[in-house]
Design a protein around this ligand. Sequence first.
Ligand code: BES
Ligand code: MN
Ligand code: ZN
Length: 495
Amino acid sequence: MDFNFKTGSPEKQRSACLIIAVSHPQKLSSAGHAVDKASDGFLSQIIRQGDMDGKAGQTLLLHNVSGTLADRILLIGIGKETDLNERSFSRVIASVQSALANSGATDAYSCLSEIAVGSHDIDWNIRHTVMKLGNGEYKFDQMKSIKAEKKKGLKKFTIHLSSRSAMKKAEIAISQGIAITAGMDMARDLGNLPGNVCTPSYIAKQAKQLAKGNKQLKVEVLEEADMRKLKMGSLLSVGMGSREPAKLVSIEYKGGKAKDKPIVLVGKGVTFDTGGISLKGGAGMDEMKYDMCGAASVLGTISAIAELKLAINVVGIVPTTENMPDGLATKPGDIVTSMSGQTIEVLNTDAEGRLILCDALTYAAKFNPLYVIDIATLTGACIVALGKVPSAVLGNDETLINSLIASGKTIEDKLWELPLWDEYQEQLDSNFADIANIGGRDAGTITAACFLSRFTKKYKWAHLDIAGTAWKSGAEKGATGRPVPLLTQFILDHC
Ligand code: BES
Ligand code: MN
Ligand code: ZN
């Protein structure tokens, strides 16, 4: 879909569908008033008759309204103006999208840009609209031999601007919406691809592909032999049972000054998690192909910021491996030595995410980071604690955590903080090594973060557990692209 913007009177737009907001109770927006006037009060008459009272998500499609140049007018209820927030606005856009999909319109002219959502400005409104419509168009059919028949659908979406002074900002907002959507699409594709396609080598190849032809991006792939030299014994121990070689991919985006410290993003890239020798149960195990969604979100975010040519330095680090049972696989009780020198007793081979992250986090220090943020589908306990609404955030720097939470709220990709208190650390005590890789049944998300905290003392760090938010199960099974919006917003907020 193409997005653009236009100034001028809504009633004079030649369009297949003019989109007008009606708030509750029965109140036309200002573009609505203009159209109402041009049509001799047709819209207010319809509203008076009770066909549209402005309840959120309600839609009414009108045809050939006199006095306008549009083939159709879509009235969309947005609820009480004071109740509008990020979430309800997204639902309004989803209703618009499905109403348009069910009409014959191939282009639309939207006056939703005049809706004030909380304290957000028009840039936010436009970016959110572009992003949500873009997300709604996503489909994953590359593994199907018979593709769904292509619908006619919407080709062009024009956003109404009431003044020319908003043009510059609108252009930026549209490009941000498009870049974030493309980053999410990339993350969703990588997540949805099966484990036999999306292997560690495939992820490395995708990172190289992303950097190809872009002078601001540089990729380096460490092979197992390189990691052995760096003494990444913990990361390597996870791949021991796999025929697919593990990799450590780093991708540097240099948009800032040479001396600017980078924001470092570290993403868990377990391309399939069987649990290893501590084998998982069979039910739903296919979903462990999504155990690389942290890595995918790092690549998706780098793609978005590179597209936007942001003036900032960012590094993505992706440790990637399979977790498989095999004659050579790591066994419960095995002790491995991490790159940091700390020894780890692997009491459960299914707690493998932290084992690959800890070495990647030690490695991250070499970039002299401003912040390090790791992103991982780390614990089932996170879903028990928070469900599938927010991702969990924990870390060692309150300012970083709070700004991540704020960015997440802005772009509707929410976080909730869990406490990373010292009291939890003793759950990781081991009789035989410096630290155990599991901390018992209680507070599983927190003890996982406690484990990581032993490797992040040298810099400001936050950990995002995205186990509940990176993909959906059931009939809607599929990757969500989260937290690409949050990470991109956070980086935008820093520029
Ligand atoms: N990738 C899983 C976490 C996970 C489970 C994410 C279910 C989403 C849905 C992770 O590697 C894992 O297996 N974690 C274990 C940790 C436990 C052994 C301490 C878990 O959560 O059961
Ligand atoms: Mn696991
Ligand atoms: Zn895992």
